[in-house]
Design a protein around this ligand. Structure first.
Ligand SMILES: Nc1ncnc2c1ncn2[C@@H]1O[C@H](COP(=O)(O)OP(=O)(O)OP(=O)(O)O)[C@@H](O)[C@H]1O
Ligand SMILES: [Mg+2]
Length: 322
C-alpha cells in the first residue's frame, strides 16, 4: 500500500519538466506530457504535472507513473478490439509509441449526466439545454443519473491556451477537417473501448462515468487510439458502492479522478481557470494522488508499487541516453 508517508516523500521528488532534447531531438510540451520524436518513434514522458480547466497547476506525487501504468493496462487489455499506438513501456513514466498524425477531434463518451464546470453536461442540462452534440436528453433527469445509453459529445482540439469546443458529427464534417468515414470509424472505436471499459470497471467495483479518446493516423495509414485510455486524467471514475446513496441523497459519489481537484479549486479558491493559479496545499495534493492510486489499483487489480528513484536519471538510463 502506498501510505501517506510515501506520498509525502514523493511530493518532494515530482517530475515537473524534462529536457532530453540532446539525446532525443526537439521537445514538444503538452500540458501533462513531454514528447520527443526520434529514431522513427515517439517517446512520450508522462510528467507529474496536473492540469485543470486547461491550465497547468503544479505537480502531484506519483501521478506520471500512475497514468502511464493505467494507460498501459488499458492499451494492452483492449488491443484486440481497437489498435493502439504503443510499442514499448521502457520506464514507469515513458511510453514509446508510433508517431501519428492526430485526428483533429477529441471523442468524449459519457454514460452519466454529471460534471461541475461551466462546460459540463450537467451544468447545461440544469439550465434547460436538452440537445448535446446531436443527442437529445429527456426532461426530469437528476444530477449523476445514468443515461439510457452512452452518448458521444466530440470536441474540437483547441490550440494552446484556447478551450475545446463541443461539436456534433455534422459540425465536424462541415468544418471539412475529417471525412465521414474516418469520423464513423473512430466513433465506433470509441464506443467499443467505452463498453469494454465499463464492463471491466463494473467487475472491479468502479463506474466508468465518462472519458475522452484521441485517435491518430499512422505513417502507413491505419487509424489507432493514441495518447491515453481510461486514466483518472481523461476519465471520471466513481466508487460503485457510493453511487446509489449519493444519487438518492443528492450528493456526489466518491470520485477517483481529477474532479476532486477541480471541485477543491472551485469551492475553496473560487478558481475555474481564469486569473492567477492558486497555491494547492500538500494535503490536497496527497489526497488527490491517493485517489489516482486507488483508481489505478481498482482498475489493474494489483497493488501499485511506485518507483521512488530520481526520475530524470532513471529515464535516461532506461532509454539508453547515458
Ligand atoms: N502517438 C501519437 N502521435 C502523435 N501525437 C500524439 C500521440 N499520442 C499522443 N499525442 C499527442 O501528444 C500530446 C500529449 O500531451 P498532453 O497529454 O500533455 O496534451 P495536451 O493536449 O496539452 O493536454 P490535454 O490532454 O489536457 O488536452 C497531445 O497533443 C496528443 O495529441
Ligand atoms: Mg492529453
Amino acid at each position: 500500500m502506498v501510505t501517506k508517508e510515501v506520498l509525502a516523500e514523493a511530493l518532494g521528488k515530482t517530475l515537473s519538466e524534462t529536457d532530453f532534447s540532446s539525446g532525443l531531438g526537439p521537445l514538444q510540451r503538452g500540458k501533462v506530457r513531454d514528447s520527443y520524436v526520434a529514431k522513427g518513434k515517439r517517446y512520450i514522458v508522462t510528467t507529474d504535472r496536473i492540469s485543470a480547466f486547461d491550465r497547468v497547476l503544479g505537480t502531484l506525487p506519483l501521478k506520471g507513473q500512475v497514468l502511464n501504468r493505467v494507460a498501459a493496462f488499458w492499451f494492452d487489455k483492449t488491443s484486440s478490439l481497437v489498435s493502439n499506438h504503443v510499442l514499448e513501456v521502457p520506464d514507469p513514466q515513458v511510453m514509446t509509441v508510433e508517431d501519428c498524425e492526430p485526428l483533429p477531434v477529441e471523442m468524449v463518451v459519457r454514460a452519466y449526466l454529471t460534471g461541475s464546470t461551466s462546460t459540463s453536461i450537467w451544468t447545461h442540462y440544469e439550465k434547460g439545454v436538452r440537445m448535446f452534440c446531436g443527442n437529445v436528453l429527456p426532461d426530469h433527469m437528476r444530477k449523476h443519473q445514468k443515461l439510457a445509453s452512452p452518448i458521444l459529445t466530440p470536441s474540437t482540439k483547441a490550440e494552446q491556451g484556447e478551450h475545446d469546443l463541443s461539436v456534433s458529427r455534422e459540425e465536424i464534417l462541415a468544418m471539412g477537417r475529417m471525412s465521414a468515414a474516418d469520423f464513423d470509424t473512430i466513433a465506433q472505436m470509441s464506443f467499443a473501448l467505452f463498453e469494454a471499459g465499463q464492463k471491466h470497471c463494473a467487475q472491479n467495483g468502479l463506474i466508468l462515468v465518462d472519458t475522452k479518446y484521441e485517435f491518430g493516423r499512422t505513417k502507413d495509414g491505419r487509424i489507432v487510439v493514441i495518447d491515453e485510455v481510461h486514466t483518472p486524467d481523461s476519465s471520471r471514475f466513481w466508487m460503485e458502492g457510493s453511487y446509489e446513496a449519493a444519487l438518492s441523497g443528492g450528493k456526489d459519489p466518491q470520485g477517483l479522478d481529477k474532479e476532486y481537484v477541480r471541485t477543491w479549486l472551485k469551492s475553496e479558491r473560487g478558481f475555474s481557470g481564469d486569473g492567477p493559479i492558486p497555491f494547492i496545499p500538500d494535503e490536497i495534493k496527497i489526497e488527490a494522488a491517493a485517489r489516482y492510486i486507488r483508481a489505478c489499483e481498482q482498475v489493474t487489480g494489483e497493488p501499485f508499487t511506485p518507483d521512488l528513484t530520481e526520475p530524470i536519471g532513471r529515464i535516461r538510463r532506461n532509454l539508453g541516453l547515458g
